[in-house]
Design a binder for this molecule. Structure first.
Ligand code: SR1
Ligand code: MG
Length: 426
């Protein structure tokens, strides 16, 4: 049967039949329902009690196609099961940063979840120049906990292997394999270039063997390194914030993959926010918090890059050390004095930084030349300025990919971004 999006009356009747949700909404006489989905994949509804609007939930339903494109791009509805499972898993690990799932329906491929009514999408907040004082601490905690506890550093090997099997998400992974790692580097019809984007940049991108090899290495890692349960699409549109809280939403791309993919997604989107400040500083639509002027807001964005990586590294290592304080290391084995274990951890984090930077580079390139762009850049109405921003971001992405194993610390990434921003020729 042809899929039809739920009408308000159908959704209302459905929710009345789910006792837990009906109770949460305070047994409403009438419901206000609005479809608000502006993402690429799903239908999203805000549902509230017409008499008590604070009693409210979100309903999310997966249609059998990619919403961004329509019925001509069919897509498994089972992605909703992946999302629900990931929200439940991440919610168990980090309840303060993951919305609650109240109800899931595996026949209608929908779920009812916590409404974050006093939060907004981080990307929008960044475009408006809002400082979120707790963002870095929250995201580094979220990353450290989700990435550590899903991995072989914590799980027993058989449990981990079963978890990898349970989280296979082939169709959504294929979207990433194509749209992030492949199409941007080919003459593919899904690529979109902004009007003034210098066409020579496209040739340069496709014809650089070093870059193509670096991207191939990242794609290999993405497809083969089942290290931990990832969010899988952790851009700033998948994060909701206010001054006190941070929530990570939308993990429908969740699967067992390389840790650096989630970290890289966060860093990439902060760097895109940084390079696009030239426009947003001039077209601020909302007041800033924390009195950040244009320069200091750029600094704040780069501080987030530093603090998220450093906070992640510190917390991840603390979880790891704590876990192995009660048992010997899975990987080093006996190690009186712990010298090898500590050296192994240092190398592990160095490799992870390099990998995160490589993935950040891929993710930035796709947002500039590939399909599904980011509002930080598409909202730049001045085409010439947009092209300058895109070229700077592209150069940064290329350097992250090519220099990822030589970059010794996150401070070098920040210096690189500043250098590219200051370089008039970029
Ligand atoms: C074809 S779906 C486009 C993008 O939307 C999601 O947010 C993912 O980033 C995906 O690549
Ligand atoms: Mg999403």
């Amino acid at each position: 049967m042809e899929f039809e999006a739920l009408s308000s009356s159908e959704l209302s009747a459905y929710l009345r039949g789910v006792p837990a949700v009906y109770a949460l909404l305070n047994e409403p006489g009438e419901l206000d329902i609005a479809e608000v989905g502006d993402g690429n994949l799903n239908f999203v509804y805000f549902v509230s009690n017409a008499q008590a609007p604070e009693k409210s939930v979100v309903v999310k339903q997966a249609p059998p196609f990619l919403r961004l494109v329509g019925k001509s791009w069919p897509l498994t509805r089972h992605r909703m099961e992946r999302e629900v499972a990931a929200l439940q898993r991440f919610g168990a690990l980090c309840p303060q940063h993951v919305p609650r799932v109240y109800h899931a329906d595996s026949e209608l491929f929908l779920m009812v979840m916590q409404r974050l009514s006093s939060h907004r999408i981080l990307r929008q907040g960044l475009m408006d120049g809002v400082v979120y004082p707790k963002l870095a601490a929250h995201l580094s905690t979220y990353l450290a906990h989700t990435l550590f506890y899903g991995s072989d550093l914590f799980l027993a090997p058989d449990v981990k292997k079963q978890a990898v099997r349970d989280a296979v998400n082939s169709e959504l992974c294929k979207i990433t394999e194509d749209l992030v790692f492949t199409y941007p580097f080919e003459d593919h019809p899904s690529n979109v270039y902004s009007p003034a984007f210098p066409r020579a940049e496209i040739g340069r991108l496709r014809q650089s063997p070093a870059l193509r090899i670096a991207v191939a290495e990242m794609k290999w890692a993405f497809m083969n390194d089942a290290e931990t349960l990832l969010h899988g699409d952790l851009h700033t549109g998948s994060i909701m914030v206010n001054q006190d809280e941070t929530y990570v939403i939308d993990p429908e791309f969740a699967f067992y993959g390389p840790m650096g993919f989630d970290i890289g997604a966060v860093l990439a989107n902060l760097l895109l926010a940084y390079f696009s400040r030239d426009w947003h500083d001039r077209h601020q639509t909302a007041g800033r918090h924390g009195n950040a002027g244009a320069t200091s807001y750029r600094d704040w964005l780069l501080d987030q890059v530093t603090s998220i990586w450093s906070g992640f590294e510190q917390t991840f290592l603390a979880l790891w050390r704590d876990h192995e304080s009660r048992r010997k290391s899975h990987f080093i084995g006996d190690d009186p004095g712990g010298v090898c274990v500590e050296a192994y951890r240092a190398r592990f984090m160095q490799r992870l930084l390099a990998e995160s930077l490589g993935f950040a580079g891929c993710k930035m390139i796709r947002r500039i030349v590939g399909m599904a762009k980011v509002a930080d850049i598409t909202s730049i109405a001045d085409n010439a300025l947009r092209a300058v921003v895109e070229v700077r971001a592209l150069r940064c992405a290329e350097r992250l990919l090519l220099e990822r194993t030589a970059i010794g610390n996150i401070a070098q990434v920040v210096s690189m971004a500043r250098e590219l921003q200051a370089d008039g020729r970029a």
